[in-house]
Design a protein around this ligand. Structure first.
Ligand code: LMR
Length: 328
């Protein structure tokens, strides 16, 4: 072999070793909502912070709008290591066997965001995240979305209005029970399929915070929306535990800091995003937005609170009681 050839080979090997040493750690962060939502914006914020704090050692690639995986697939992909980070709704952990998360779906369990934060930012939240570890998942944070409204093609003012309606829900037994207690027929469906299902009449109605209803254009195919704020929808940011534990300690620390800052950001914009979306829904003129009277709210609440006792054995009395105690 000529000296020149050996030398060229050595140079090439050195360059590729340097390139490998400098290649960033890639975190694929998949989610199902639009970029212009609390979760969409918070994940972009996290990606930017992660690059900044790790000085480019980590590259977070955010895949919004179910562009990589849909609801069910994304959980499987995380466990298999095909993606490294997700922020599924708390209503989507039941199929994983972590039923305690469905406590967040109980109607009226939180009267306001301050009560909610006592759980998500406190010891009960931390103990809930720890329940993911035996599934190979590390829970990093809770991110807010907000309180839900109901929508359909008919006015929804009293429990009787829900009777027989096919209502799309997330994959939560608590939400199933909630819809049944109104006499509605719950239909579990991936988020990415809801718009079309509403448009074609596969389902009659749904529930979601306004940022989701608006950015998925659901309001364009729903004639009526009722501002019930009957339940909460938020997220757990999760990662593959093996991947996380295998990160260099300094990088992990920087990512933890980025997540801390992203969580503050997420929770500071969520309400504003939802309020803004509601204004845009109203301005579109495509759906009638109804604010129930005090008596109507009481009637809906009365029909829904029975879900707490009906679902106690599924969620676990201990978890429900811990939330009651913490939120006063
Ligand atoms: C839904 O499926 O309605 C929501 O969980 C979507 C989301 O991630 O906010």
């Amino acid at each position: 072999m000529k000296i020149r050839t050996v030398f060229a080979g050595l140079v090439a090997a050195t360059f590729s070793a340097i390139a490998m040493a400098q290649a960033p750690i890639v975190i694929k962060f998949s989610h199902v909502v639009a970029v212009d939502t609390p979760k969409g914006k918070a994940s972009e914020f996290f990606a930017k912070k992660a690059a900044e704090l790790t000085k480019g050692k980590v590259k977070v690639e955010v895949y919004a709008n179910s562009s990589l995986y849909k609801d069910k697939e994304e959980m499987e992909a995380l466990q298999l290591g095909a993606v490294q980070m997700l922020a599924p709704s708390l209503a989507k952990f039941g199929p994983l066997g972590v039923k305690e998360f469905e406590a967040f779906d109980l109607p009226y369990i939180f009267d306001n965001t301050a009560e909610l934060h006592k759980i998500t930012q406190g010891p009960v939240g931390a103990s809930l995240l720890a329940k993911l570890e035996p599934k190979g998942i590390k829970g990093l944070a809770f991110w807010d979305n907000g309180f839900k409204s109901f929508s359909a093609n008919k006015p929804l003012k009293s429990p009787a209005d829900f009777k027989g309606l096919k209502m799309r829900i997330q994959s939560s037994k608590v939400l199933e029970s909630q819809m049944r207690s109104l006499g509605a027929l719950p239909q579990v469906m991936a988020f990415s399929e809801v718009y079309q299902a509403l448009q074609t009449g596969v389902v009659d109605g749904t529930e979601n915070p306004h940022s989701n209803l608006y950015t998925q254009k659901m309001h364009e195919v729903q004639k009526h929306m009722t501002l019930t704020e009957h339940g909460y929808l938020g997220y757990a940011v999760i990662t593959n535990k093996k991947f996380w534990d295998g990160l260099p300690g300094d990088v992990r620390g920087q990512l933890e800091q980025a997540m801390k800052e992203a969580t503050v950001f997420a929770n500071s914009i969520a309400k504003e995003e939802n309020d803004g979306a509601l204004e845009k829904i109203k301005a579109s003129g495509k759906t009638q937005v109804y604010s129930p009277t005090a008596a109507e709210r009481t009637a809906i609440k009365k029909a829904l609170v029975k879900t707490h006792t009906d679902m106690e054995s599924r969620i676990g009395k201990e978890t429900i009681q811990a939330i009651y105690k913490e939120t006063g």
